[in-house]
Design a protein around this ligand. Structure first.
Ligand code: ATP
Ligand code: MN
Length: 462
């Protein structure tokens, strides 16, 4: 049976007979020996294999063991005399599955830029940094499911193709089966989507929230964890056209319950990843951003700051520095404002609540002041907004008025309004951008380096 290298590094014992499979990272030849480091993606460190010149076919074999070659090796583990490793493999049989020509294999021993690695995204998982990123990403996803499953939340699969554009963000990808060379037009020369596949215009979803609300009205506590799409034509280090989002939705829950859950949730993810990927996190701290471990510690051990939008504006107005964008009650917080609050003022995640109704979505619950809504954004040091959520408007009359005031298509929302007609309850939820969390956790500056195959403007290779 083949062993995973991480298991051998952790618990392998001298004299144990093992087989490993993986890819060659490095080869060092000495007089009688050749040292080959093999990595199978299970951990940052590979296992060092020692090949003795007595091995059959030794010279031919060693020639094939270039960086990138795929191999299987069997032998016995021995205590390693080398520094920094407990054990190594004394290879007794070696099979090369596929070689890798050093002249053309793009991953050289030197350090490559992340920009370059994006161009070879089919190979970049074999580098230390991207390997660590994707292991942490996996641990994060596991932590997320574990958190909700342990609390009895139902994982619900909301549609990827959706006909509602309720967020009104205007960043939608249309899904069509129309012949683009012969698009049917209406009398007013608009595209006639009634002739399209769904008989109406359809999009890739920008959020599963409205459908999650439907499910919460039957199962109490639910969450989505799936892909989300936004035709953001902004080439930033925090935006992807395709990203993953987690959206819990809780019936019988208000904004305070929502904030408590979001805080416990973020703490859980960090704790889980530190416990399950300690070497990878140590690597990020050493090589990518030396505040990674301190930040994790900060999240886990401090309670998040909680302030209202109105308080936040007052604090920003008092700030002893100039902002590029204006600060005034009614204006949305810009990234520089968010970072000032979380990074400089409070130095920890900060939850801002009760934003002006005018800058938030129609479904957020109106406060008694008639001006603000029960929204909450969690602002994280270095990243800015990481979670956006709210208590939802559960009162039919208030919701209908909001929809009318905003000129939204009430007919399309008939089912959403039905939820307020039949057994409505106070409920709340939030959305968390998965890649933003992985970014935050690893200190990776560009969001394109925390998803295996980033989709951004002009980029859909692989
Ligand atoms: P931003 O102001 O950063 O564009 P947003 O207000 O558009 O965010 P929401 O609509 O609240 O974001 O989406 C919920 C969460 O999804 C955000 O808090 C963020 O973590 C994440 N998110 C939003 N847009 C993107 C994107 N294009 N790529 C990756 N993650 C995103
Ligand atoms: Mn946005």
């Amino acid at each position: 049976m083949t062993s995973r290298i991480i298991d051998l590094l952790r618990t392998g014992q001298p004299d144990q007979t093992v087989t490993i499979q993986g890819w060659v990272r490095t080869r060092r030849e000495q007089k009688e020996f050749c040292f080959v480091e093999v990595n199978d993606g299970s951990s940052m460190a590979g296992l060092q294999a020692v090949l003795h010149q007595d091995l059959p076919n030794y010279t031919e074999l060693v020639k094939q063991l270039n960086t990138g070659a795929s191999v299987e090796m069997s032998g016995v583990l021995v205590a390693s005399p080398a520094k920094g490793q407990r054990i190594e493999l004394k290879a007794e049989s070696v099979t090369v599955y596929g070689g890798a020509d050093p002249e053309t294999y793009p991953l050289q021993k030197k350090r490559h830029s992340f920009e370059f690695l994006r161009e070879i995204a089919h190979l970049r998982g074999r580098t230390n940094t991207l390997g660590a990123v994707f292991r942490v990403r996996n641990a994060c996803a596991t932590a997320i499911h574990q958190f909700f499953q342990e609390r009895g939340f139902l994982w619900v699969h909301t549609p990827i193709i959706s006909a509602n554009d309720c967020e009104g963000a205007g960043e939608l990808f249309t899904v069509t089966a129309l012949d683009l060379k012969q698009v049917p037009l209406t009398e007013t020369k608009d595209v006639d989507y009634s002739q399209d596949f769904f008989g109406r215009r359809a999009f890739l979803t920008v959020s599963g929230q409205l459908e999650a609300e439907i499910m919460a009205m039957a199962f109490t506590n639910v969450y989505t964890f799936g892909p989300t799409f936004r035709a953001e034509n902004s080439n930033t280090s925090r935006h992807l056209a395709e990203f993953w989002m987690i959206e819990p939705e809780m019936a019988f829950c208000d904004l305070n319950g929502n904030m408590d859950l979001a805080e416990a949730f973020l703490k859980h993810i960090f704790r889980y990843v530190l416990e399950h990927c300690p070497e990878d996190m140590e690597f990020f701290n050493q090589r990518i951003d030396n505040s990674v471990l301190a930040t994790a510690d900060n999240i886990i051990n401090n309670s998040f700051e909680r302030i209202t939008y109105t308080e936040a504006i007052a604090l920003l107005e008092k700030a002893d520095r100039k902002f590029e964008f204006p600060v005034s009650w009614g204006l949305d917080l810009q990234s520089e404002h968010e970072r000032y609050l979380a990074e400089e003022l409070f130095k920890k995640p900060t939850i801002v609540t009760d934003y002006p109704a005018a800058i938030k979505a129609f479904y957020m619950r109106l406060n008694d002041d008639g001006k603000t809504v029960r929204a909450m954004d969690i602002l994280a040091p270095k990243i800015g907004e990481i979670v956006g959520g709210s208590q939802r408007e559960e009162r039919l009359d208030v919701l209908e008025r909001r929809i009318q005031d905003l000129g939204l298509p009430q007919d399309d929302l008939w089912w959403y309004l039905d939820l307020r007609r039949f057994g409505t309850v106070p409920h709340a939820g939030f959305g968390l951008g998965f890649e933003r969390v992985v970014q935050f956790m690893t200190g990776m500056t560009n969001i394109r380096d925390v998803i295996p195959f980033p989709r951004t403007p002009l980029n859909a290779e692989f």
